[in-house]
Design a protein around this ligand. Structure first.
Ligand code: AMP
Length: 442
């Protein structure tokens, strides 16, 4: 299957080709025709699956050749939880829309509002925004919503995590009723489904569901180590293996700062990215990391969400996340777009519970490997064989990325925001497989 079969116009196909993409990802295959038909949809896909192009390409097409929008207005509104994601979506719009005459702007908090107000004065076809700043701009009358024809809500589950749902509901109440709405989320909890029911009209439901493939494709192992020796072990691993472009996860902002300092003392160039950093600092950190000026980026879970760095070879969990699903999100930053990756966790004895929760979630025990010279004084208890454990109610399959161009399953339940039946055991609606070249129609 190529992009040519999706009903996209030539200037968009050309831009996609120039970007070097030949095969649409499963989410793109399933989503693009549905959006072009003007339908609402809810799609389950996380960062790394190619979901941005899945909504940007058809939206650009819908806007192509239209008359200029009036000042202070937008036609398509894309709402996303983080500044980084907003900036990346805008970059995608520019890349894929470079042969079209479609205008766009991005607005997010943490930076001066005045240039954004000025930009909106002329009106834009596509406005990409984070929720808080969008509401600010609305209150300041810098933007009116009466020309909105389509709404894209990106990463709805993260919006929920970050407390944005009341803002989303408020924005939604201000938008015209008659519009196309798309909702993307990595997971569909009851709360997200509730939101979907109020937002979407007879949505096509798309679930690109190669749920276990991240876990399968990424080489994962843990190094048991005493807590007090983790930094030393990390420096040792980086030096010994001559790693560059290492993404290290830290549970706390403070821990991230401390680690950067300590790595610096060991002459390892590192930078931290977390919620206490200003937008300018984050942008610089990301650029330095992407351009190889620093070798290590230490990130907290929230800050890392949505960062688009393709083909990261190594992801290190300096500590394990408290929420096991975050482990799957973290390791999903490697092995993206079909590449192999390596995820290593430094685990101390006090993290036994977190480790057990993760192994239960991914339904496998992680390979353990002690590093010579760093054998722990406080031993990690042996893992329980996960297959033999009693099924817990939270024993859900991890959401994960698939290798593009291979078979993937997606679900399209059309006309139902809350499909039944749900599996009683897992609380997750059963998915069925469909070949990638089957089109999603409702
Ligand atoms: P996303 O899930 O939208 O964050 O995309 C993940 C990464 O995959 C981004 O770097 C995209 O530029 C890239 N990408 C998107 N679509 C394709 C495609 N069809 N083939 C290869 N790479 C892609």
């Amino acid at each position: 299957m190529t992009f040519n079969n999706l009903g996209l116009i030539e200037p968009i196909l050309r831009a996609v080709e120039e970007k070097g993409y030949s095969t649409p990802s499963p989410i793109q295959l399933a989503t693009i025709p549905v959006v072009l038909e003007g339908k609402d949809l809810m799609a389950s896909a996380q960062t790394g699956t190619g979901k941005t192009a899945a909504f940007v390409l058809p939206m650009l097409q819908q806007l192509n050749g239209r008359q200029r929008v009036q000042g202070g207005r937008a036609r398509v509104l894309i709402i996303t939880p983080t500044r980084e994601l907003a900036a990346q979506i805008q970059a995608n719009i520019q890349t894929y829309g470079k042969h079209l005459n479609v205008s766009s702007a991005v607005v997010f908090g943490g930076v001066n509002v005045n240039p954004q107000i000025k930009q909106l004065r002329r009106g834009v076809d596509i406005l990409v925004a984070t929720p808080g700043r969008l509401l600010d701009l609305f209150q300041q009358k810098a933007i009116r919503f009466d020309s909105i024809e389509a709404l894209v809500l990106d990463e709805a589950d993260r919006m929920l995590d970050m407390g944005f749902i009341p803002d989303i509901r408020r924005i939604q109440s201000l938008l015209p009723k008659n519009k196309q709405s798309l909702l993307f989320s990595a997971t569909f909890s009851d709360e997200i489904r509730k939101l979907a029911r109020t937002m979407l009209h007879q949505p096509a439901e798309i679930d690109v569901a190669p749920r276990n493939t991240t876990v399968e494709r990424i080489r994962q192992r843990i190094h048991p180590v005493d807590k007090s020796r983790k930094t030393q072990l990390l420096s040792h691993l980086i030096r010994e293996n001559q790693w560059v472009q290492v993404l290290v996860f830290s549970r706390t902002k403070h821990g991230a700062n401390r680690l950067v300092k300590e790595l610096g003392k060991a002459n390892i160039r590192a930078v931290a990215i977390h919620g206490n950093k200003s937008q300018a600092q984050r942008t610089r950190a990301l650029a330095d990391f992407k351009h190889g000026k620093v070798d290590v980026m230490v990130a907290t879970d929230i800050a890392a969400r949505g960062i688009d760095i393709v083909q990261l070879p190594h992801v290190i969990n300096f500590d394990l996340p408290n929420v096991p699903e975050d482990y799957v999100h973290r390791i999903g930053r490697t092995g993206r777009a079909g590449n192999e990756g390596e995820a290593i966790s430094l685990v101390s004895a006090d993290e036994t519970k977190q480790l057990r929760d993760i192994e239960r979630l991914i339904k496998r025990n992680l390979e353990r490997q002690e590093v010579e010279g760093f054998e722990p004084g406080h031993q990690l208890p042996a893992s329980r064989p996960v297959g033999l454990e009693k099924k817990s109610r939270n024993n859900r399959k991890p959401e994960a990325h698939g290798k593009w161009g291979t078979k993937s399953g997606y679900r399209n339940r059309g006309n139902q925001a809350d499909p039944k039946p749900r599996s009683k055991k897992t609380g997750v609606a059963p998915a069925w497989n469909a070949s990638e070249n089957q089109r999603a129609v409702s």
